[in-house]
Design a protein around this ligand. Structure first.
Ligand code: FE
Length: 129
């Protein structure tokens, strides 16, 4: 922690959609995000605080409509939280540094991890290699 801001500060620095997704745990509509089909090489960082989250090398086409990764850059940069909202039991993925909601992780991904990190495009910025 250390990259925390007040709700008002986040409102002033994020777009309305980013605020809804990152700070209020919203979800962008599938197949609308700017990174869903992106194949550019680079590092995906937190849109709120700049923490490194995912490497393009672990991005794959899951067909879900959201950017999907089979691993994180560093498990220490992510915090996973049990999410029982909307009548489902899921695992929420957040940025450990600033608490931003990123998406969810599911156990139907490809090897070697078998994981699918299903992440909102607006929660990330791509730093090209
Ligand atoms: Fe962050």
């Amino acid at each position: 922690m250390g990259k925390q801001k007040t709700e008002q500060q986040w409102r002033e620095t994020l777009s309305a959609e980013q605020f809804d997704v990152c700070r209020n745990k919203g979800t962008e509509r599938p197949f609308t995000g700017k990174y869903t089909d992106c194949k550019t090489l680079g590092t995906y960082i937190c849109a709120c605080c700049g923490e490194s989250l995912f490497d393009s090398e672990t991005k794959y086409d899951s067909g879900s409509g959201w950017p999907s990764f089979w691993n994180t850059i560093d498990a220490n940069n992510i915090k996973e939280i049990t999410d029982e909202s909307h009548g489902m039991k899921r695992v929420e993925v957040t940025c450990k540094s600033c608490g931003a909601h990123l998406g969810h992780v599911f156990e139907d991904g490809p090897q070697p991890t078998g994981l699918r990190y299903c992440i909102n495009s607006v929660s990330m910025e791509l730093k090209e290699k």
